[in-house]
Design a protein around this ligand. Sequence first.
Ligand SMILES: C[S@@+](CC[C@H](N)C(=O)[O-])C[C@H]1O[C@@H](n2cnc3c(N)ncnc32)[C@H](O)[C@@H]1O
Length: 317
Amino acid sequence: MAEGGHVPVMLRETLEYLVPAAPDILMVDATQGLAGHSIAFLERYPGLRLIGVDADAEVQAIAKRRLVPYGERVSFSRCYFDEFFKDFRGKEERPGLILFDFGVSMYHFREAKRGFSMQGEEALDMRLDPMTGRPASELVNELDARDLTKILEDYGEEPFAWRIAEAIVRDRKAGPIDSARRLAELIRQAVPSKVRYGRVHPATRSFQALRIAVNDELGRIRRALEDAIECLAPGGIIGAISFHSLEDRIVKFAFRERAIRPSRDRYRREAEAPIPHNEGKRGLFVLTKRPVEPAEDEVAANPASRSAKLRVARAAD
Ligand SMILES: C[S@@+](CC[C@H](N)C(=O)[O-])C[C@H]1O[C@@H](n2cnc3c(N)ncnc32)[C@H](O)[C@@H]1O
């Protein structure tokens, strides 16, 4: 993909909800990717400073090139976002804006050659940071059918998980499954014939499930949200864009368990409202009662945005 051709998802809505309380605040773009959102915020708020986090060194190298014009307003951290916020809790300066845009980018499907795409003769790796963790090929070639089924069910909500897991275990007897295309093809053959050639490739859910398992995506989201919310400056705003229900559910509950119910007394200010049930956790005002979804024109222009959901909350104190 052309470096300049990247389209950030739900940019309009993100800018509408994530409005800084002061002109010179610090923003953390926790999933900076190719810096589409970062650039939009840096352009709109000339006093804003930004830290861009990404676990993927290749992606971050592209972001760094794109952000050269913003000079010292931008700094970078190459690590997983849960690790970033765990360390950041000890820091004095607190971000006034935090944005998460979960998952992987088009770069991963089109350029990374790490097995994210089902089309390629590429090694089955799927790690964002190939220096840590286990590649997908290890899971596919070493786990037994029960554990594989659990991954496909839990992270892919795959209805044919057991059939696919059994087919993987059978197929690898002929030699390790080491390419994305071979895995995708064997999954196609394992599912019932009526779903083999539909609009969506029948291996899509399995690939998503493996990617989530390899990168511990859901565990990292859960831990990162805990710490990120505690890091926020008073009145700071956190936004999270999810792409499937597993991610969205985590965001929804992280916000809900800290939610401050608005006072019934219309003369009392929100910030004075009681915090009924959040057990010492940072109180949040949830700004999106329901998740915000992309507008029709965005979905038409960028079909990959169709499942996006944005939730936003503002820290109380
Ligand atoms: C959907 S893309 C973000 C796109 C970005 N908002 C833009 O406008 O270019 C998600 C990015 O987050 C990174 N990422 C995903 N999970 C991560 C994690 N747990 N820690 C750090 N980076 C992560 C991926 O490498 C990818 O570059």
